[in-house]
Design a protein around this ligand. Structure first.
Ligand code: AMP
Ligand code: ZN
Ligand code: FE
Ligand code: FE
Length: 314
């Protein structure tokens, strides 16, 4: 009998072209994870809202990396569309030892001086890391222009902007290849930047009247321990309907949510990269009552001092 070679199954990921997203049994009305040109998304907030206006989505959150500059434009534009509520949010990169966690914050007072000053510092650190990455790439024979990277990054600069500059210059065939070979955690040109410990990031979100949610938990090392610590610090939720999680992964994070009393959240993490297999907003998402459940958590943490309650939510 001939042995069949063992098939290697790629982990389900938002970047894996072959994987299908989870299509829930409930109407897809909520997407709590979206990026714009304020960080590494390629659509302006207005264009993103137009795209969303053509879906069945009714509540969305703008969650740019270390930036809130897209929120006002999204709110203003969404006000012209029927039935669309925009929740002001943020995505903070955090680190505990070698464990990296992306923390989402919702209902934040996105005009808070403390928040704005802190985010300005994070964006300066991003610029420094990106500059060093471009230098490191040059030593590896990959010559891209720093000015072009800055041009591609209107707001908070990130590795995707570098990846796009590499793609344009013909050094890689896709953004994914740039991450695999150069920019990802094992990449040859990886330059780490300073990040807050997860509990400090959660405290920051709380100080500006928000609630915290763990993003794409599949990317978190020691996820059980990390979530237990954050839960003790008042974490409100965890993404379950995120990336292209299969049933087993969803059940794993659902179990964590139940253990720690967390709201089961999620969103597309849409960047409009235009890459093969990218999940569009409106295809998948958490149950329709999710935003209200998160807002209840915000009220129980902050009483009537929630950072920002969008019009249309009480
Ligand atoms: P940074 O903000 O510089 O830490 O870059 C992180 C961002 O890079 C993530 O939020 C994603 O948008 C993107 N990213 C991470 N890994 C990949 C990948 N393998 N392929 C494409 N984009 C990625
Ligand atoms: Zn991103
Ligand atoms: Fe993230
Ligand atoms: Fe994200």
């Amino acid at each position: 009998m001939t042995q069949r070679p063992e098939q290697k199954v790629a982990p389900s990921s938002r970047y894996a072209a072959g994987q299908a997203p989870f299509v829930p049994p409930w109407p897809v009305e909520v997407d709590l994870h979206l990026h714009t040109t304020a960080s590494d998304g390629t659509l302006s907030p207005a264009r993103l809202m137009d795209l969303i206006g053509a879906t069945g989505l009714m509540v969305v959150a703008i969650t740019d990396h270390d930036a809130t500059a897209g929120i006002d434009e999204a709110l203003a534009h969404a006000a012209r569309l029927p039935r669309l509520t925009v929740v002001p949010g943020i995505e903070l990169g955090t680190e505990d030892g070698d464990s990296e966690i992306h923390l989402l914050g919702y209902f934040i007072d996105y005009r808070s001086r403390e928040l704005l000053d802190t985010l300005t510092l994070f964006r300066e650190e991003r610029v420094e890391a990106a500059r060093q990455t471009v230098r490191k790439l040059a030593t590896l024979g990959v010559n891209i222009s720093w000015d072009r990277v800055r041009e591609l990054a209107g707001g908070a600069v990130g590795r995707p902007h570098i990846a796009r500059a590499m793609l344009e210059a013909g050094y890689v065939r896709s953004v994914s290849e740039a991450f695999e070979r150069y920019l990802g955690s094992d990449g040859a040109a990886r330059v780490p930047r300073p990040k807050l410990p997860p509990l400090d990031a959660l405290d920051l979100v709380h100080r500006v009247g928000g609630v915290g949610v763990v993003a794409h938990p599949r990317t978190v090392k020691n996820v059980d321990l990390m979530v237990s610590r954050l839960a003790a610090g008042g974490l409100a939720g965890i993404e379950v309907y995120a990336e292209k999680y299969g049933q087993e992964e969803r059940q794993r994070y659902q179990a964590l949510a139940r253990t720690y009393g967390l709201v089961e959240c999620g969103g597309s993490d849409y960047h409009a990269f235009g890459s093969e297999g990218e999940v569009l907003p409106g295809v998948s998402g958490p149950p329709p009552e999710t935003p209200q459940r998160l807002l209840e958590r915000a009220h129980s943490l902050h009483g009537d001092r929630v950072g920002c309650v969008p019009a249309g939510m009480a």
